[in-house]
Unconditional design. Structure first.
Length: 120
């Protein structure tokens, strides 16, 4: 496995631990949808949360790395998950996309709730 892949796995594990400490329940990891992958799918109270994890060497580049195409792929993958998990979805009337940012130059993890400002 490549170093980049291993860094991605480690970043996702750190993000998962971070979210669980904040009271989120991670219900799926590395979900493969029709056109893309969702790093983490979690729930908190009445909200279903699709989480994109980003690691960059410099923190300022992490959020900028999420392009419009990436957002579209995440949305399509989320729609695929929802369509295939209708029994679960009825328990979570609210849906949002969060981003967890990690960087080499900062020991702090940044969690941006409702990062795309839209829901399905």
């Amino acid at each position: 496995m490549s170093e980049t892949y291993n860094i991605g796995l480690k970043s996702e594990a750190l993000a998962k631990d971070f979210l669980e400490q904040k009271g989120y329940k991670v219900i799926n990891e590395r979900y493969r949808g029709a056109s893309g992958e969702i790093d983490l799918i979690s729930t908190k109270e009445t909200c279903l949360v699709f989480v994109e994890v980003r690691y960059r060497k410099k923190n300022r580049n992490a959020i900028e790395s999420i392009t419009l195409l990436k957002k579209q792929r995440l949305t399509t993958a989320a729609q695929h998950f929802i369509a295939n998990n209708s029994d679960l979805i009825k328990n979570y009337p609210f849906i949002r996309f969060d981003v967890v940012l990690l960087s080499k130059d900062s020991s702090m993890i940044q969690h941006i709730e409702n990062a795309f400002g839209e829901t399905l």
